[in-house]
Each structure stands twice: as C-alpha cells, then as structure tokens.
Design a protein around this ligand. Structure first.
Ligand code: ADP
Length: 217
C-alpha cells in the first residue's frame, strides 16, 4: 500500500478500533491507537504510564503535550508508511501538531473517516465491551462474545472489562468527545478531507464503506 495517512474518528464505541483491526489484517496498514499505546504504558508502569493513568481511567483526555510527544516518536520511525491513526487527533492542537510533523516529512493527512454513532447506542455497546489483556482483541457480550467464556479465541489471554467502560465513565467520555473532539471533525471537513459513515450499519457494512473510501483515496 502506498504512503497514506488515514484518520479514524468517532465517539468511543463507534467501532473505530474494530475497523482498524480489520484494516490492519487485510491491508498493510500500521495501526496506531493512542489509547492502546497509553494502556500499554500503564501496564508496564513506565514514566508515561504513571503520568497518564489518572486521565485514562477517569475518561478525561491526556494532555496534548504528552500525546504529541508519543506520536512524534512513533512518526520518527514510521513516517512515510501507510498509517491508520485511531483515537488521534482528539483535539484541535493535536490535529495541528500532526499536520506540522507530517509537513516536516513532506506528508499530509490524506483522509479523515468519521464513524458516527448516537450516544445511547454508545452506552449500550460499551457496557457490553470486553477485551483480551494479552493481544487487545475486542469482544462484545451481546454480538461477539468470546467462544470459550473468559479467555481469548485467538491467544487464550484473559478477557477483561476496561475500567473506563463503566456507564458513568462512558458518559464522561461522551461529554469529552462532544466538547473537544467534535471540533476536529470540523477541522478536516473545512479541508475537504472528511468522509462520514453511519456506525450503526454494523461491522461488515462499515468495513465495506471504509475500504471503498480508501480505495478512492
Ligand atoms: P475510546 O475511543 O474507546 O474512548 P481509546 O482507547 O481511544 O478509547 O482511548 C482511551 C483513553 O485514552 C481516552 O479516554 C483518553 O483518556 C486516552 N487517550 C487516547 N487517545 C488520546 C488522545 N489522542 N488525546 C488524549 N487522550 C487520549
């Protein structure tokens, strides 16, 4: 796949992570999820992990300076590849920071895909969401439960519920999304880079749409 910088944007639980996982498997994208990066730092108790833990568990946003630091070090190694940004940028300063570092590499954001979903549906989905502690595969107790109960179908890792997937934290994350991340949608829309997909269509139809859009990029 040619060098492509693609952004997946949308409320928590809209299915961005699932789409990113599918795209990584079927195309040769580097999947870069800032949420996964932070959870990994927290697990390993690194200095970044200790710094970000309270934001991640409470559903608030990690400060832009910390986010841009980890993204910049990722791009120092990976700029020029086909990259799928998942959960980043989440604020206008992050979007501007990304543009700046890409421009330094003669690159730019090619497309931002919004996977949209109503708040009530988000709450319904996320309270049923589970994840593998080892390989990060995502499950849903309602429509995609793990086959063997509490362990991962792929790697036998432990299935757990993220602390930030409890209902009150989900409501906080939605508020944060509406306040801080929705302006980012406007930012890419003004640049003519935004494509919108209805997240309620379900995993396979959304994937068809995403791949059709990327094919046209
Ligand atoms: P979701 O999209 O399902 O909310 P993520 O895995 O993308 O989950 O993010 C989990 C948490 O990590 C966020 O609630 C936030 O605290 C932190 N985080 C992830 N990405 C960013 C970012 N780009 N800017 C600020 N905080 C972030």
């Amino acid at each position: 796949m040619k060098s492509l910088n693609l952004i997946l944007i949308g409320p928590p639980g809209s299915g961005k992570g699932t789409q990113a996982e599918l795209l990584r498997e079927k195309n040769s994208f580097v999947h870069y999820s800032t949420g996964e990066v932070f959870r990994d730092h927290i697990r390993r108790k690194t200095p970044v992990g200790l710094q970000v833990e309270r934001y991640v568990t409470s559903g608030g946003l990690v400060p832009d300076s910390v986010v841009l630091e980890v993204v910049n070090s990722f791009l120092a190694e990976n700029a020029g590849k086909a990259i799928l940004f998942d959960g980043f940028p989440r604020t206008i300063p992050q979007a501007e920071g990304l543009d700046k570092v890409l421009a330094e590499n003669q690159l730019a954001v090619d497309m931002a895909v919004l996977v949209d979903l109503a708040d009530d549906e988000v709450v319904k989905r996320l309270t049923a969401r589970r994840q593998c502690r080892s390989c990060s595969k995502i499950y849903n107790l309602t429509f995609k439960p793990p086959k063997k109960g509490g362990v991962c179908d792929d790697c036998d890792g432990e299935i757990y519920q993220r602390k930030d997937d409890s209902e009150n934290v989900i409501r906080d994350r939605l508020n944060t999304y509406h306040k801080q991340t929705e302006p980012v949608i406007g930012y890419y829309s003004t640049q003519g880079k935004l494509k919108r997909i209805d997240g309620a269509l379900g995993r396979d139809r959304v994937y068809e749409e995403v791949t059709r859009l990327i094919g046209a990029a």
